[in-house]
Ligand binder design. Structure first.
Ligand SMILES: *Cc1c(COP(=O)(O)O)cnc(C)c1O
Length: 349
């Protein structure tokens, strides 16, 4: 029996593939002599590994960073496994066995991880050195440890804590990585994330690791002219209603009509990443017309005022403003959160 036809969704996320490819190429060019990789963790920051990884691969990207081993399978459906680096490293023998079975490489983060990787068979890996963010990585003072010299390190990397700021810490971290690089044998050196690329070529080393900027985020003003928006989100009107003065809209009737109104109930809610702080005071858009949101955002729905667009009917599509840089400021979220909150239902649309 053939699967029944998947009916059209009332919610859609469109990834502008051309913009994504252009952003990778721009970041690769800004990386100077270094080559850009791509952070594709968290389902390519919410936009979908299956959509984004083939685009990045075809643009020329050859190194892909994820956080968890559970993220590897989806990525290696599109690229050779040795091009995938797992940032959390190996916590157990099972992680090591999985790494070797599929061929993705761990980023070793501690002396314990180094020992575990060696005692389970060793082989090429990457290595994180902590130079001040104090999350993951060996200390620079551990660079001489025998467990580290035993490793076969491809990418020796560190991560900037405040690359989006003008601070002396950036230079200090670069110097510490340089110091570690003199002791630890490695093939390639890596420091810069998206914002780090904007700090200039002295931060680019051999390979950069942009994430946010690939997907349209602008963490530093220097990148603004190089980065194009990638995400477009639209939701359909499910039903229109006419309501009378005194009637409320949504949970707790936080909006009460003081006149006759035409409203539209729209198929997007906080389960899709349209968080509740984006309710009253914000608007959805139809061909340039702003349709104010009435009342609270529900899990699967939001209600808009159709006064500016009385012609709209069930099935008509509205654009959900998702300018990750502006919206982020409005809602007290970071551009990273604007992307990663995008819900699973929306991605499939
Ligand atoms: C997420 C991550 C990146 C990408 O950072 P962006 O700020 O999104 O460009 C790079 N390196 C590491 C270690 C990361 O965890």
């Amino acid at each position: 029996m053939p699967d029944p036809l998947y009916p059209p969704s009332s919610l859609r996320l469109t990834v502008d593939r051309g913009a994504l490819a252009a952003n990778w190429r721009a970041l690769d060019a800004l990386s100077g002599a270094a080559k850009a990789g791509a952070a594709v963790k968290a389902d390519a920051y919410g936009l979908g590994v299956d959509v984004c990884v083939p685009v990045l691969r075809d643009a020329g990207c050859e190194t892909f960073f994820v956080a968890h081993w559970s993220e590897v399978a989806e990525v290696i459906a599109h690229v050779p496994a040795h091009q995938v680096a797992v940032l959390h490293g190996v916590l157990s023998e099972a992680d090591c066995a999985y790494a070797r079975a599929v061929g993705a490489l761990p980023v070793i983060n501690s002396l314990q991880q180094a020992e575990l990787w060696q005692t389970t068979g060793g082989g090429t890996c990457h290595l994180m050195v902590d130079t001040g963010i104090n999350r993951l990585g060996i200390a620079v003072s551990e660079a001489n440890d025998a467990r580290i010299s035993a490793l076969e390190v491809d990418i020796l990397m560190s991560h900037l804590a405040s690359a989006d700021e003008r601070t002396a810490m950036n230079r200090m971290q670069a110097e510490l990585l340089e110091e570690a690089a003199q002791t630890i044998a490695h093939k390639r050196l890596s420091l810069a994330n998206s914002a780090g690329i904007a700090l200039g070529e002295s931060y680019a080393c051999d390979i950069t690791r942009p994430g946010l900027a690939l997907y349209g985020g602008v963490p530093r003003a220097e990148l603004a002219d190089h980065i194009r928006p990638v995400v477009r989100i639209e939701a359909a009107i499910l039903q229109t209603r006419d309501i009378s003065p005194g009637e409320g809209v949504g949970y707790n009737a936080t909006f009460i009509a003081n006149t006759h109104m035409r409203t539209g109930t729209v198929s997007i809610g906080y389960a899709d990443g349209f968080l509740r702080q984006r309710g009253q005071g914000n608007a959805l858009i139809h061909e340039g017309r702003a349709l104010p949101i009435l009342g609270k955002v529900s899990m699967d729905m939001v209600v808009v005022d159709l006064a500016e667009a009385p012609d709209l009917r069930a099935g008509d599509w509205l654009t959900v403003p998702w300018d990750i840089n502006d919206a982020a400021q409005q809602n007290g979220l970071s551009a990273y959160e604007m992307l990663t909150v995008i819900g699973g239902r929306l991605r499939r649309g």
